[in-house]
Design a protein around this ligand. Structure first.
Ligand code: F6P
Length: 561
């Protein structure tokens, strides 16, 4: 650590918010907070050419943001002051930047397509990474080719991935995103929730003798996953299979060999990864097995290559042209200087429907932090509430608030230029809606324009006076637009790496550890305490609210079992 503050006060005194760049941004924001984007475009007609970038087949337009060259340069000063460039190098160099767990952060090694060694505590991890990839390739080819058979000699028709959080959201999102590349005849299902509905309704749709279960858990101790995994195995045995048949139908993806063996899965059928891969950054590891089974190893390799291309861009490009850095700084601008508290992810692509859920974990579990790297509470806002869903559905639900609500909600519109289907009219409508929404958010409509429009539509003066204020849009609502030429494995890989690195850069600026997740622990601990109390009654000392809730559940439980 460069600055080793040992006390709370020292940490606060050295807070990024006391720095020169931060203070300059506050002054700039006070001067410029009411500048309308319309004026920025009027002053600088070529703005969109300069505030955009092409990365391979991905076009990023960030011109619809409430910032000009002066603001961008102050944000870049902030990045310099926070030593972002050094932070990036430290991550790629395998330093233990996850300080609370004393680990390096090297998901980038999983997609390293170069000959470069990646050192973890002086050992090159690339041979081990390649070895697992090659096992995955062989195994997935055997399953997809019908050579890996179930216990009755039939080919596998269904894969059920049982995992949660990072062992679920990434694989589910990518498998759905790449549906156009999926092998027909092999269905991939995802079970995560501890609500028994999830596993039981999935099991109703599959046959035991043609189903392969992947038990995906970095720790192999996660309560939800292990409970679902046991339920799947019990069901499998109830369908007439024997213990000896489990090996043909259950494989594990984990870092915990002992627990995998204890569960009863043959460790020859285990695909490993490493503790320097965070759960929410693990889809590039063996956790991606359901993706490989769905689209094949060659496509998965393209996904990795796309992510690697973005990694190279991220580590080598100067900050002012570095796409993850630019997106990160724009996010910081809204959160810390214009008061935004949330950020919307709006994929205008049905195949990207799980992207907001996936990014929710990636962003909120990474940057939902209150303590800086030196152990002090931060005195500024950190990661936003991230949310969203596919367009155009959202337009008929929450877009009202985006356009006329009182909250500032920066948004990312993500669309695909060439669809994977032949319904050209549908696709043109989808794209037109996407582009129209970001334009409407930016431009808005003044009272004068509204009045004029209503007059042209034939309204009388009284009605205009009464209704026009409700029809005004103040506009000036920021967004980025990301256009993928096509939703392909490579471009998807680059897109996901773009977001991963954006999150990391924000963590560097906020001086927090983006790679731990202590905030999930307390709830887990309390759930184990409360579990027996549902039968035995609340423990002494439990607060009245939870006590009454437990008692209500106990009194109303139907004693069927
Ligand atoms: O509870 C949060 C979490 O630890 C996530 O960080 C992780 O992705 C998820 O649970 C699942 O963990 P595992 O892969 O160890 O089952």
């Amino acid at each position: 650590m460069d600055n080793n503050y040992t006390t709370y006060d020292e940490g606060l005194m050295n807070s990024v918010a006391t720095g020169r760049a931060w203070r300059a941004l506050i002054a700039y924001s006070e001067k410029n907070k009411s500048v309308h984007m319309q004026n920025l475009f009027a002053r600088d007609p070529d703005r969109a050419k300069r505030y955009s970038a092409l990365f391979e087949d991905i076009y990023l337009d960030y011109s619809k943001n409430r910032i000009d060259d002066e603001g961008m340069s102050l944000l870049l000063d902030l990045a310099q002051e926070c030593d972002v460039a050094k932070g990036i190098q430290r991550m790629f160099a395998g330093e233990h930047i996850n300080i609370t767990e004393d680990r390096p952060v090297l998901h980038t090694a999983l997609r390293n397509r170069s000959d470069r060694a990646v050192l973890v505590d002086e050992t090159d991890v690339m041979p081990a990474v390649r070895k697992v990839l090659s096992r995955i390739e062989k195994f997935s080819n055997a399953v997809r080719g019908g050579r890996w058979q179930g216990h009755t000699g039939k080919a596998i028709s269904d894969v059920v991935n049982i995992g949660i959080g990072g062992s679920h959201l990434g694989p589910q999102m990518v498998t759905e995103a790449l549906q156009a590349y999926a092998q027909s005849g092999l269905r991939v299902h995802f079970v995560s929730n501890i609500d028994g509905v999830d596993i039981s309704r999935t099991l109703q749709t599959v046959n035991a003798d043609t189903t392969l279960f992947i038990i995906a858990s970095k720790s192999f101790t996660t309560q939800e996953t292990m409970t679902n995994a046991h339920a799947a195995r019990d069901w499998f045995l109830q369908q007439g299979a024997t213990e000896a048949d489990v090996a043909r139908h259950f494989v594990a993806v984990s870092t915990n060999r002992n627990e995998v063996a204890r569960f009863g899965i043959d460790t020859d059928n285990m695909f490993g990864f490493w503790n320097w891969v965070g759960g929410r950054y693990s889809l590039w590891s063996a956790i991606g097995l359901p993706i490989v089974l769905s689209v094949g190893f060659a496509r998965f390799s393209e996904l990795l290559a796309g992510a690697h291309a973005m990694d190279e861009h991220f580590r080598r490009t100067p900050l002012e042209q570095n796409l993850p850095v630019i997106l990160a700084l724009l996010g910081v601008w809204y959160i810390n200087f214009l008061g935004a508290r949330s950020h919307a992810i709006l994929p205008y692509a049905e195949h990207l429907r799980w992207l907001p859920d996936y990014l929710q974990q990636a962003d909120m579990e990474s940057n939902g932090k209150q303590t800086n790297l030196h152990g002090s509470f931060v005195d500024y806002q950190t990661g936003p509430v991230l949310w969203g869903s596919p367009g155009s559905n959202g337009q008929h639900a929450y877009f009202q608030l985006l356009h006329q609500g009182t909250h500032l909600v920066p948004a990312d519109f993500i669309a695909v230029v060439n669809p994977s289907h032949d319904l050209a009219t549908h696709h043109e409508l989808l794209l037109a809606n996407c582009l129209a929404q970001s334009e409407a958010l930016m431009l808005g409509r003044t009272l004068e324009q509204t009045t004029e429009q209503m007059r042209a539509d034939g309204y009388d003066d009284d009605t205009i006076q009464r209704l026009a204020p409700h029809r005004v849009f103040d506009g000036n609502r920021p967004s980025n637009t990301i256009l993928l030429r096509q939703l392909e494995p490579r471009s998807l890989g680059s897109l996901l790496a773009l977001y991963e690195h954006k999150i990391f850069v924000q963590g560097l600026i906020w001086d927090i550890n983006s790679f731990d997740q202590w905030g999930v622990e307390l709830g887990k601990q309390l759930a184990s305490e409360i579990l027996p109390e549902l039968n035995e009654g609340p423990a002494q000392g439990r607060n009245t609210s939870t006590r009454l809730l437990i008692e209500y559940c106990r009194s109303q439980t139907d004693k069927k079992h």
